[in-house]
Design a protein around this ligand. Structure first.
Ligand code: FAD
Length: 380
């Protein structure tokens, strides 16, 4: 049986759920298919509180609240940077994604558990093969939003190459508690990238950690941009934290796409979030950018002008992404660079400007330029 809708959204993570919410809110008929409604994405789950306010997302998902960022340099120097004018919420991704899909449903989107497999045709109408409750179905739509993440099936089904990636290994560590989102630099455990320790909401256990934080639970991970033995780097990081790598730990491997300023749409198929590589270089912050790209793509469809998506994205984020890519290439090149970064962040003006830029996603071009000026002598 053929199902018909104006827009089919494939993937119900932050990008797809936000796109579906905006479209349905504007009176457009939307079907969102998510292949696993209980999926918990491997993710630190850190989101700026200001991002939730901007996108009108209630703080209903279980979360931990963090008020500072900690940097640890390759030589082991530690620096705490307070967050002023906002905080970081560390959310459980299963609950958060489910909340976003509920908001989409409340706006009028039809949310189904279903898996996109391929296109039957891409003529004037798009015909997609989708498995719903084990039954193959065809969904006919005017537009399709590909929000199916870094391993996008939509991407591969139209012959687009997979993006370049940072490979991550991460796991939960019980008994390890942190009062900050910690970023650890050093080629010993994360060459050209970083490792992290984030406090975690304990949704895996019977007692949510948010209700009993004293037990201590963190998510710990490492990003690896090159090198064949990812596990070796990850184990080195655990050792650095004095954590015993026991066989009981569930270590998850996942990819973060490397941003490539390129793909927005292929005809009436729009790519958003990780499927479009829209993860901030250097920080690998992707949740906010996924939600915003979903919003911009929806705006383009609502206005029946697909070029608007690219225009909105570039106007708002291009300079910021380019700047972060430059900083990444300068400071994460080697340990000396990371130590230099650490020295820079010791300066109150750099701390203040960085946190302002990070929390105020709508920062103007002027404030970006003054930020670049702070780093100018290192950028040659
Ligand atoms: C280890 C790690 C830590 C991270 N930490 C952070 C962090 O702390 N803060 C931050 O901002 N970002 C973080 N990120 C990045 C962030 O997780 C992503 O950028 C973000 O989830 C992208 O959202 P998305 O909606 O584009 O894709 P996803 O969240 O990947 O959602 C894609 C959805 O599509 C579904 N899907 C896939 N294929 C199909 C199909 N064929 N049919 C139907 N559905 C399908 C999947 O089940 C999934 O629900 C981290 C990433 C990793 C790997």
């Amino acid at each position: 049986m053929v199902m018909r809708t104006q827009v089919l959204v494939v993937g119900g993570g932050p990008a797809g759920a936000t796109a579906a919410r905006r479209l349905a809110g504007a009176g457009i008929e939307v079907i969102l298919v998510e292949k696993d409604l209980r999926h918990r994405k491997a993710c630190g789950g850190g989101i700026a509180s200001t991002a939730l306010e901007e996108l009108e997302i209630p703080r209903k998902a279980p979360h931990r609240t963090v008020n500072k960022i900690r940097f640890v340099s390759p030589s082991g120097r530690k620096l705490d940077i307070p967050l002023e004018g906002g905080e970081i919420l560390v959310v459980d991704r299963m609950a958060f994604d489910s909340l976003l899909r509920s908001l989409a449903g409340e706006s009028g989107a039809q949310v189904l558990e279903g898996e996109f497999s391929e296109f039957q045709s891409r003529e004037s109408k798009l015909k997609s093969r989708v498995l719903i409750n084990g039954e193959p179905r065809i969904i006919e739509s005017d537009y399709l939003i590909a929000s199916d993440g870094v391993n996008s099936r939509v991407r591969s089904s139209i012959g687009l190459k997979s993006p370049g990636c940072v490979f991550t290994l991460s796991c939960s560590v019980e008994g390890l508690e942190s009062d900050a989102c910690e970023f650890w630099f050093g080629s010993e455990h994360a060459p050209s990238s970083y490792s992290w320790v984030f406090p975690k909401v304990g949704m895996d256990s019977h007692v949510p950690q948010a209700l009993s934080p004293s037990v201590g639970l963190s998510s710990v991970g490492t990003g690896i941009t090159y090198g064949s033995d990812a596990r070796l780097f990850f184990e080195r990081f655990l050792k650095r934290l004095n954590v015993n790598a026991s066989g009981e730990m569930t270590v998850r491997g996942y990819k973060v796409p490397l941003w490539k300023n390129g793909i927005y749409n292929a005809g009436k198929i729009l790519f958003v979030g990780d499927s479009a590589t829209q993860v901030m270089p250097f920080t690998y912050e992707g949740i906010y950018y996924a939600m915003k790209s979903g919003e911009f793509a929806a705006e383009a469809i609502i206005n029946n002008r697909l070029s608007l998506y690219r225009k909105l994205w570039r106007r708002r984020f291009l300079s910021r992404f380019m700047l972060m890519r430059t900083l990444e290439s300068v400071f994460l090149r080697n340990d000396a660079g990371a130590e230099k970064l650490f020295d820079m962040f010791g300066r109150p003006d750099v701390q203040e400007a960085s946190m302002r830029l990070w929390l105020r996603k709508d920062a103007s071009r002027g404030s970006l330029l003054s930020y670049i000026n702070l780093f100018r002598k290192f950028l040659h």
